[in-house]
Write a protein that binds this ligand. Structure first.
Ligand code: NAD
Length: 355
């Protein structure tokens, strides 16, 4: 287990068990060097407990990268609650999880993720204040969509030399919370939309509201649109789909869009500019973190708009060094975390000396 933690770069791993409510939970903390770790809590079925641990381990580092490149005073963490196979009291279980989070004294702030809802965060809030995404903070998706939209404009300026989206075409894969809000913004900015979702109702809505052209979910890679925007599931950019893309830019909200690291290089070799997912989709995290810290909506929106300048900086560095943008982003995140770690060690030494 310790070796696994070392490989995942974690500082600590916590297990919580509460037989009275059926709680079996894991909290993985990757870094607190920049501030309290923040990250979602999954609540899904796992065939084996080890799979739940692996999920928490593998996802915590990504949250540190995302928070660092978003310029937030947070590190990354991830929680997993194993969904009980027998009947359970959901509120009581979430409250027990809240107590577990509270015992960490603010080292970890929890949030929504697969399988958890705003009502769960409200239940958690009754036992800890280290929680975000409660009904007071609202749905993060529109803020994620704002960040994607601003990032797409930065990518268009960099790659196509155009300072607006009028007349450009965008293929959106997945029209859920983020995809639909993004489609609205792109339509208002004068872009032509191709849309696909496995749910035909969602596709139909975009056709009606935004004059979009509906495409079969399997054919969304073949539209020839200027921009491909993956807003559904992860790992849709792979050795099968990338050769089918005839776009100049890939920029969407889905997490872990590249099936493998090699796929980032494949995009580059095809002359396609890739906006790294965790940089581009940080708007929701910025919203929950800044709402939790008591910042105003205007301050939050300014921070979300900074995603565009961060991306431009990464694009320029990738051009200068001949590396793939996703690789440049990882290196940049790692160097920010390393600098924060060194500052943290220095602070700790000074505290010991003054004690
Ligand atoms: P959502 O569940 O509301 O929407 C996802 C949509 O994708 C659904 O409409 C679903 O039917 C569709 N879909 C699934 N498989 C598909 C396929 N093969 N082809 C086409 N459509 C498909 O989720 P969301 O909140 O809109 O998030 C979208 C993505 O962005 C997810 O990967 C999520 O992890 C990521 N993300 C979301 C946020 C946020 O604030 N909601 C923040 C960061 C990252």
């Amino acid at each position: 287990m310790l070796k696994q933690m070392e490989n995942a770069g974690l500082t600590d791993l916590h297990f919580g068990l509460d037989p009275a409510t059926g709680l079996k939970a894991i909290i993985a903390i990757h870094s607190t060097a920049r501030g309290p770790a923040i990250g979602g809590c999954r609540f899904i079925h796992y065939a084996r407990e080890q799979e739940a641990v692996t999920d928490a381990l593998r996802l915590a580092r990504g949250m540190s990268y995302k928070a660092a490149l978003a310029g937030l005073p947070h590190g990354g963490g991830k929680a997993v609650i194993i969904r009980p196979e027998v009947e359970f009291d959901r509120v009581a279980l979430m409250q027990a999880f809240g107590r577990m989070v509270d015992q960490l004294g603010g080292r970890y702030i929890t949030a929504m993720d697969s399988g958890t809802e705003v009502s769960d965060m409200d239940a958690i809030e009754t036992t800890t204040r280290f929680v975000s995404c409660t009904s007071a903070s609202g749905d993060p998706s529109p803020h994620t969509a704002l960040g994607i939209f601003e990032g797409i404009k930065a990518a268009v300026l960099h790659q196509l030399g155009k300072d607006n989206l009028a007349g450009l075409s965008v293929a959106i894969q997945g029209l859920g919370h983020v995809g639909h809000a993004l489609a609205q913004r792109l339509h208002n900015a004068g872009a032509q939309l191709y849309v696909a979702d496995i749910d035909p109702e969602r596709t139909g809505r975009c056709v009606q509201e935004f004059n979009a052209r509906a495409v079969d979910a399997e054919e969304i890679y073949d539209t020839g649109a200027d921009i491909f925007s993956p807003c559904g599931l992860g790992a849709t950019l792979n050795s099968d789909t990338i050769p089918r893309l005839n776009c100049r830019i890939v920029a969407g909200s889905a997490n872990n869009q590249l099936a493998t690291d090699q796929d980032g290089n494949r995009l580059r070799q095809r002359g396609i500019l890739y906006a790294p997912d965790y940089v581009l989709n940080a708007g929701g995290l910025i919203h929950v973190a800044m709402h939790h810290a008591g910042h105003s909506p205007a301050e939050r929106d300014d921070k979300i708009r900074e995603i565009a300048s961060t991306l431009t900086h990464l694009f320029e560095e990738a051009d200068r060094t001949g590396q793939s943008v996703h690789h440049v982003a990882d290196l940049h995140a790692e160097s920010l975390l390393q600098a924060a770690k060194e500052a943290q060690i220095k602070r700790q030494r000074q505290e010991v000396q003054h004690a």
